[in-house]
Each structure stands twice: as structure tokens, then as C-alpha cells.
Design a protein around this ligand. Structure first.
Ligand SMILES: [Zn+2]
Length: 452
């Protein structure tokens, strides 16, 4: 067992922030030997119950759950910051040419560790990420995540039409299977190879309705029924041009979202990015099926797609969490994403505006995102039994942050100062399964306090 002493942030079952200004987090093995939270709370109340357990003291620091990124594209690492005239031209000019490079396993193996380094540097300990249509892209990322002991979910992209050579699905080399059949065969092989291995999980991954034939969506839905604890990820209702296109392709569906429902792709553990241009019937359907929205505010602002309607989502009881959506998104940093979510919430010209509370923004990127994934009590929180993935944050990482947080009179003010002014400089350590991944800056050498 080991323990850490610092300020401590976690969430109750209703999503309210719990805070100990002088907290203790005790980590030890569960009955399978995996490092989990054994106790969390006020130092004064807990310390005497754990005599002899070594305590690492981080004075002035805040321990918080590792961030969960609900939607990101690892092959778009090099697409971030590419200018374009909206979603569809951006896909054509930047995204597809970059994703085509993942046919080469060596390229995937070079990108995967950089991508995971960048997530961890920003305090993200779990991501639900797209790979590409090449199985090698999935193998490279799962292999690297497994080496690091990460909880990570990804899947081979399904896209058998309306996309260029290089990323579109291809028939089997011997000609025995069509591109659609081959895409589904490879998906099932990857599920059997990776899903449930250590902390890895597979996601059935149709890119979006326009790039999959009805036969491919049908096959994806059949796999989703056969493997009910496998995730599903895709995009829905991001952009008005895209929605018009879906209406042309699936004229008998009531809405874009109901295309997925018609193929059995709305269920628990199904995560749809964006969900901006839904109506109340869509939201009710999503809620009833147990599917969740990955709100991607930096991407939606960057591509000019629109504003997620929090008021309508809350009214419908829709589950949601926050996502970077890199490379359409503009930052790996959860702080940038939380600030953009606040901005999107405030927007009141196209939908009702509201001020999202700082604790609720933080919850959306941790325990709320975990709930959307069906992983409440596993990740995204620091309650007893949660896996020991967390971050150690420095609220004085920059001069302005130090000045502002010193004047914070409440937890809400402290969290909001971090959300508005924070970035990767705030993340001093990212801890995976109780092990510190990145070394502290050389100038800082914190003494351990004596065992309690
Ligand atoms: Zn996306």
C-alpha cells in the first residue's frame, strides 16, 4: 500500500464535487492484485487507520481523477490545426490523406507512443479513440497502451463507401470477401484479439452514416448484439451539410440518429460525438437506449458546426461527457475543452444559454465521461474501489494562476480559475495504476512526510 497527501477532489454519485483541502488518498491492491483506491478523505480522519503506509506529500497540490476523453482520433495527431471550409472539405483535404498513411504499420507504431505521451502529459488517463480502417493502426495503439498499463478503448474504422482509396475498406486480397465482408471479419478478429485484454476495450467504429453502406451498418449492429460489452463509437448530427447528406442517403429514416437505431447501434456503451442538431425525439430515443453524447466543444467551435444544447440534453436526461475530438478539436488539454464547453453552454442565440458550474464541467471530463462509458466506479473518480489513475495538479503553475488561485474563496472559484487559465503546465504528474508516469521538474524535490 501507498498513500498520497494533498488537496483531494472527487465526486459523489450525483456528480457533486467533494473536496478535502488536506486530503489523503490510499492506494492498494484489490482482490485481483490491481492497484485501486482503498481510502480517500480528510488526512486527519484517515491517516491513523493506515499506520506504516508510506505517504508521499505534495504540499500545495491538488489530486484529482485522471481525465477521460470521450472522443478523439489518434491518427489525426498531425491534422490538428489544419484550416478548412467546414467538416466535409476538412475530411477530404487533410484527414483522409493523413489516415491513409496508417496502412503502413511502421507509421502507426511511430504515432501511437507520441499520441499516448501527449494524452498523459495533459492528464488524460483513458480515451475512447478512433483508429483508421487499417487493422495495423489498432494493433499499434493497443500494443503501446498495454505496455503502459493504460485503460484505453479503440477500434478499426468501418467505411466502405464515399471515401477515397487508401482509407476506404478493401476486399480481401484473395478476392473471397467483399470490402464490406472483410471489414466486419477484421472487426470481429480484433474484438477477439484485444477486447478485455488487461485494461483494453474494443469499440465497433463506423466513421459516420454517410461512409457506411446499409450492409456494413447492419453487420456492425449484429456484432454489437453478439458482443454486448464491446463499445460502439461514431459521429452524429455534427453539421447541417452532413445532415442533408444523410437524409439523401437514408430517406426512410426519421432523423440522422435514427439511422443508427435502425441498425441496432444505439445501446448502452454507444458513444456518439457531437449530437448538436438533435431534436427532442432524438434525445428521448438516445436516453431510452442508454447511448451517450461525446460533447466536443473545441472542435465544434473550430469547424463552426454549432453549439451543444445542454438545457435540452438535461431535460431529456441524456448522458454526456467531454471530448477533445482532436484533430477537429484544437487541444489535447482537458482545461481547454472544459473552458470551450463553458463558452458553448453560455451561447444563447441559437439555443437557451446557461452557466455550467465549474464542478459540473470537471465532472463531465471525469466521472461523467466514465458514466457515459458504463465505467462508473472504475475510472474517472477517486472513490474506494476506483482504479488508481489520477493527476497531481499545481494551481500555482504560472504567475497569473498563482495570483488568481491564491484569491479563490471557494472550490468553485479554484476549479474555474484552473479551467480558464490552466493547460498542460498545471499537470505535474499523471499517475497510472498508482505509478507516477512523468518525472517532476528537476528543480522540485518534494520531501516525503514520515509514515502516519
Ligand atoms: Zn470525431
Amino acid at each position: 500500500m501507498q498513500a498520497c497527501r494533498a488537496a483531494l477532489l472527487r465526486f459523489d454519485e450525483q456528480g457533486h464535487a467533494l473536496y478535502d483541502a488536506d486530503g489523503l488518498l490510499v492506494i492498494g491492491p484489490d482482490d485481483k492484485g490491481q492497484p485501486v483506491v482503498r481510502a480517500a478523505g480528510a488526512y486527519q480522519a484517515l491517516a491513523r487507520h493506515f499506520p506504516g503506509v508510506p505517504v508521499t506529500h505534495w504540499p500545495g497540490r491538488l489530486i484529482a481523477p485522471g481525465f477521460v476523453d470521450l472522443h478523439i482520433h489518434y491518427p489525426q495527431l498531425d491534422v490538428i490545426g489544419s484550416p478548412a471550409e467546414g467538416l466535409l472539405p476538412w475530411l477530404e483535404h487533410y484527414t483522409y490523406p493523413h489516415e491513409a498513411r496508417f496502412a503502413d504499420a511502421r507509421h502507426a507504431q511511430e504515432v501511437a507512443p507520441f499520441f499516448l505521451d501527449e494524452l498523459q502529459r495533459n492528464g488524460v488517463t483513458t480515451a475512447l479513440t478512433f483508429a483508421t480502417s487499417h487493422p495495423a493502426s489498432v494493433d499499434a495503439l493497443f500494443g503501446e497502451a498495454r505496455r503502459r498499463g493504460l485503460r484505453l478503448i479503440t477500434g478499426r474504422v468501418l467505411q466502405d463507401r464515399h471515401s477515397p482509396d487508401g482509407v476506404r475498406d478493401r476486399a480481401s486480397p484473395d478476392g473471397a470477401h467483399t470490402a464490406t465482408e472483410q471489414s466486419l471479419i477484421e472487426t470481429e478478429q480484433l474484438i477477439q484479439k484485444w477486447h478485455g485484454v488487461d485494461r483494453l476495450g474494443y469499440a465497433i467504429t463506423p466513421r459516420f452514416a454517410p461512409t457506411s453502406s446499409a450492409a456494413q451498418l447492419q453487420g456492425a449492429g449484429e456484432l454489437a448484439a453478439r458482443y454486448p460489452d464491446v463499445w460502439i463509437q461514431s459521429h452524429a448530427a455534427e453539421n447541417l451539410d452532413e445532415i442533408r447528406w444523410v437524409r439523401e442517403l437514408f430517406p426512410r429514416s426519421r432523423s440522422y440518429l435514427s439511422v443508427y437505431d435502425g441498425f441496432g447501434l444505439l445501446r448502452e456503451r454507444a458513444i456518439y460525438a457531437h449530437c448538436i442538431h438533435l431534436d427532442d425525439e432524438d434525445r428521448a430515443l438516445m436516453q431510452a437506449r442508454g447511448a451517450a453524447a461525446a460533447v466536443s466543444p473545441t472542435s465544434n467551435l473550430f469547424l463552426g458546426s454549432g453549439f451543444f444544447d445542454y438545457v435540452a440534453a438535461n431535460r431529456a436526461g441524456l448522458r454526456y461527457g467531454l471530448a477533445s475530438d482532436v484533430g477537429g478539436g484544437t487541444s489535447f488539454s482537458p482545461f481547454r475543452t472544459m473552458l470551450a464547453a463553458y463558452t458553448v453552454g453560455r451561447e444563447g442565440q441559437t439555443k437557451p444559454g446557461l452557466s455550467l458550474a465549474p464542478g459540473h464541467l470537471w465532472w463531465q471530463h471525469t466521472a461523467g465521461a466514465a458514466r457515459a462509458l458504463g465505467l462508473s466506479g472504475v475510472i474517472g473518480n477517486l472513490q474506494v474501489g476506483c482504479e488508481a489513475d489520477f493527476v497531481v495538479l499545481n494551481p500555482r503553475a504560472t504567475p497569473l494562476l498563482a495570483r488568481r488561485t491564491a484569491q479563490a474563496d471557494s472550490l468553485a472559484e479554484l476549479l474555474f480559475a484552473l479551467i480558464v487559465l490552466g493547460d498542460d503546465r498545471v499537470v505535474e504528474h499523471t499517475v497510472i495504476r498508482g505509478t507516477v508516469q512523468n518525472a517532476p521538474p528537476a528543480a522540485i524535490n518534494w520531501p516525503a512526510v514520515p509514515p502516519a
